[in-house]
Design a protein around this ligand. Structure first.
Ligand code: SAH
Length: 244
């Protein structure tokens, strides 16, 4: 009898431990879901973002999976956060503003320059059939590729290279989003924009730039400054900034 009670006691402790761990994970998940909903309502909808596809994408993508472990608790805060290689994941509102400005349709083919954490690409992939994203740092690009695979984003194509040159093999693109700042709009990106296409890009010298919205109509590009912003600089393969 004694022999059995010892065995059962051990079993009960195991079951309790597993139940406890299961509940902890479940509670953390629920708390992330709650914070994400607050982020959508307070930071994004309250500031005027109303495109239903954009709001849906922000509800679906788990931002806490794209930040470094030490910043997980700040994943749904109203701010950018550091990622590896001295780069940043942008503030959720800025990601939403830029995404909405592109007036995306499901059938659009989108090019992103500056994959970083992969968060912006995942938002785009929730809305559009195909997303192409270019990252200059191998470490960031590889990490993002792995995350896209883990999360099942088969419609994101990621390459490591200099995004100043775009991705000519898959051009033209209906929309282009640039998440690092060059001092001028790269000519290759203008050339790779489809007729009727839209491009959103921060242009200027650090630390403050202008977010510029470009549209291509009958082969002509029209430019409009839409918001002052602060992005990391666009680098070339030598790690230098792009100068005119
Ligand atoms: N969209 C990202 C934001 C990353 S910050 C996200 O959602 O997390 C901008 C990124 O642009 C950085 O990862 C930086 O390494 C990258 N970058 C800088 N210059 C680049 C270039 N010439 N081509 C491609 N990526 C570049």
């Amino acid at each position: 009898m004694r022999k059995y009670s010892g065995k059962y006691g051990f079993l009960i402790i195991h079951v309790l431990l597993i139940t406890f761990l299961f509940h902890t994970v479940l509670n953390a998940q629920e708390s992330f879901n709650g914070h994400r909903e607050q982020m959508v309502k307070r930071q994004i909808q309250a500031r005027g973002i109303s495109d239903k596809k954009v709001l849906m994408a922000f509800r679906n993508v788990e931002r806490h999976k794209f930040v470094l472990p030490e910043y997980i608790r700040y994943a749904y805060n109203d701010s950018p956060l550091p990622i590896e290689e001295g780069q940043t994941i942008s503030q959720p509102y800025i990601v939403a503003f830029m995404t909405e400005a592109l007036e995306l349709e499901q059938s659009d083919k989108v090019l992103e320059i500056g994959t970083g954490s992969g968060y912006q690409a995942a938002i785009l992939a929730e809305i559009c059939d195909s997303v192409f994203t270019v990252e200059i740092f191998e470490k960031l690009g590889n990490k993002a590729k792995q995350l896209f695979a883990e999360l099942g984003y088969e419609n994101i194509h990621c390459k490591i290279g200099d995004g100043y040159k775009g991705w000519p093999e898959y051009a033209p693109f209906d929309a282009i989003i640039v998440t690092c700042s060059p001092t001028h709009v790269p000519q290759p990106l203008q050339d790779q924009l489809a007729e009727g296409g839209r491009m959103i890009i921060p242009v200027g010298t650090s630390p403050v730039q202008n977010l510029v919205l470009l549209t291509k109509k009958k082969g002509k590009i029209r430019e409009e400054k839409v918001l002052p912003v602060r992005f990391v600089p666009m680098l070339d393969e030598e790690g230098e900034k792009y100068f005119p």
